[in-house]
Design a protein around this ligand. Structure first.
Ligand code: VG1
Ligand code: CO
Length: 544
């Protein structure tokens, strides 16, 4: 084949964050920026000669250009086959499933997830390993080291691949198979959930609204919810993926999915509302007059999973990221299940899932998933909720309140300060870190006594690796907690995330307004870290 080795010069800023390399589109458009990163990933891997690579993305601006480059570089490096979704599309969970289902060597997921897209928006590239999950730090660290010294990449010179039609083509000696992005994923969902019961639920007049936010879940939701499960046409809105997500911000939270929230709070709104993000791995769940916090959703899904056929024999354990509320811990405790606390980002769940130690995982950032793939999965969470609603024949609100009466309620909120000066944010964290040892045992506001204060270090129980500096946690004797963390997915300045939690026992007060319930903790967090004074911000940019 016509393999060319092409000279290049390295970039120094290609460090993968929480979920791959994410930058503004113009950064990716620099000469050889994509080529260098993809080649550096391949240089950090071994044994892929003749093997299959899966490639797909959320369809955002630059997806089409980057995919052609990635395919030709894969061919230049000796992959035997590339499987790619039609039009270059694959949701992140579907990509994970395709990698596992076809026993591929790994995959490239092209997305910047919940970040806006378009010529001035964000783009991203992430490598997933053969288990279908994001590459562990060992690989991302090696790839980053390689990007700093890379001097050439290999590619096959060939015309662009036609991605619009399902079927097989060749690029040099490598086979390129264009596949239906939805079919295999939909078939997997059918094995996990009681489609007959969910179909009956829709047939009984149950009304739902799913907001695909002009992103990747549109085609998946149309096929599964409307075609397979019989939800009325119009159930799925904003269901056609667009390169800039209709000019919107494809983050399913109470700020960017406010219309959906308002609809569910209105007197004649539907019974159930849900939304997903740019690449389809997040989920927002709102019942009629009841918003479900992602941390509660994780706990409720774990507690009720056995109602779905795929989990009928019960779950092995639960894992949650450190900033996620302890609601799931209460379920694990009561049920005698293994419980794990990991750093932020799905890559830390892979080992626990592979080892069979946990079945369900989740993050406070609207990510929930299970051992069916190795990514969080937005539609999976929506379908599990539907399965539970169909089985319990209760409303979302009834199920949530019943859960609190059994396990207690973890009031929870996250305050984000976006695009803060990076130096200011780092100093804030450093100064706070220095204060931690002196905090233990101190009491604030009469009733808040610090039980522990540390910078979270994770010891992976499966491979023995250690990840330090994963976020500052200040826990109180009554179960309340304040967490400070800097985001690893932002592309401009720094984003300071403040996570707040307070526990109310099963017989406690469950009807307080969340922000009011957490106000004392917000005030204390500001006093401890000097957020307002240092950042000059009077209030957070986003509250979820
Ligand atoms: C954020 C979330 C984290 C999530 C990550 C990727 O990371 O907090 O929970 O795993 O995004 O999600 P950070 O470092 O910005 O806090 V996705 O849907 O953007 O791939
Ligand atoms: Co995402």
């Amino acid at each position: 084949a016509n393999i060319k080795s092409i000279k290049t010069t390295p970039y120094q800023d290609q460090k993968p964050g929480t979920s791959g390399l994410r930058k503004r589109v113009p950064v990716f458009q620099q000469p050889n920026y994509v080529e260098n990163f993809v080649q550096s990933i391949f240089d950090s891997l071994e044994g892929f000669e003749g093997q299959t690579l899966v490639i797909g993305g959320d369809g955002r601006y630059y997806n089409d250009v980057a995919i052609q480059k990635a395919i030709k570089i894969a061919a230049g490096n000796g992959f035997g086959k590339v499987m790619v979704g039609r039009d270059g599309l694959l949701s992140t969970p579907a990509a994970s499933h395709i990698i596992r289902h076809y026993k591929a060597f790994g995959g490239l997921v092209l997305s910047a997830s919940h970040n806006p897209g378009g010529p001035d928006g964000d783009f991203g590239i992430k490598y997933n390993i053969g288990n279908g999950g994001p590459a562990p730090e060992k690989i991302t660290d090696a790839a980053f080291a390689r990007t700093k010294v890379i001097d050439s990449y290999k590619m096959v010179e060939a015309p662009d691949v036609a991605l619009g039609h399902i079927g097989t083509q060749r690029v040099g000696d490598m086979v390129v198979e264009v596949i239906d992005p939805v079919a295999d994923y939909a078939a997997l969902m059918e094995t996990l959930f009681d489609f007959t019961a969910i179909r009956a639920l829709f047939a009984s007049g149950f009304r739902m609204r799913f907001d695909a936010m002009h992103a990747i879940t549109g085609p998946y939701a149309h096929r599964i919810l409307e075609e397979m499960l019989g939800a009325p046409e119009g159930t799925v809105i904003n269901g056609t993926p667009s390169q800039d997500f209709g000019g919107g911000h494809p983050d399913p939270n109470l700020v960017y999915a406010k219309d959906l929230y308002d609809l569910l709070m209105s007197p004649d709104g539907p019974d159930f509302g849900a939304a997903s993000d740019g690449d389809g791995d997040r989920n927002l769940i709102i019942g009629k007059n009841r918003f479900v916090t992602p941390s509660d959703s994780l706990a409720i899904l774990a507690a009720n999973a056995a109602l779905a056929p795929g989990y009928a024999t019960g779950i092995a354990g639960i894992a949650r990221s450190m900033p996620t509320s302890a609601a799931a811990d209460k379920v694990a405790e009561k049920r005698g299940l293994e419980m794990h606390e990991t750093p932020t980002g799905w890559k830390f769940f892979g080992n626990l899932l592979d080892a069979g130690r946990v079945t369900i995982c989740g993050e406070e950032s609207a990510g929930t998933g299970s051992n069916h793939v190795r990514e969080k999965d937005g539609l999976w969470a929506v379908l599990l909720w539907l399965n539970i609603l169909a089985a319990r024949k209760q409303s979302v609100d009834e199920i949530v309140r019943d859960h609190w009466q059994t396990y207690g309620r973890n009031y929870y909120t996250r305050h984000d300060y976006e695009e803060v000066d990076a130096a200011v944010a780092n100093t804030l964290m450093d100064d706070l870190r220095a204060k931690l040892p002196g905090l233990v045992g101190q009491s604030f506001d009469d009733d808040l006594t610090v039980a522990y204060a540390d910078d979270f270090t994770y010891h992976d129980p499966v491979d023995g690796s250690t990840s330090s500096k994963q976020g500052i946690r200040i826990g109180f004797t009554d179960g309340s907690r304040i967490v400070f963390r800097l985001s690893g997915t932002g592309t401009v300045g720094a984003t300071l995330r403040l996570y707040l939690e307070r526990y109310e026992a099963a017989d406690g007060r469950h009807d307080l307004d969340t922000q009011t319930a957490l106000e004392p903790l917000v005030g204390l967090a500001d006093r401890l870290a000097g957020i307002r004074e240092r950042t000059g911000r009077q209030s957070p940019s986003v509250i979820t």
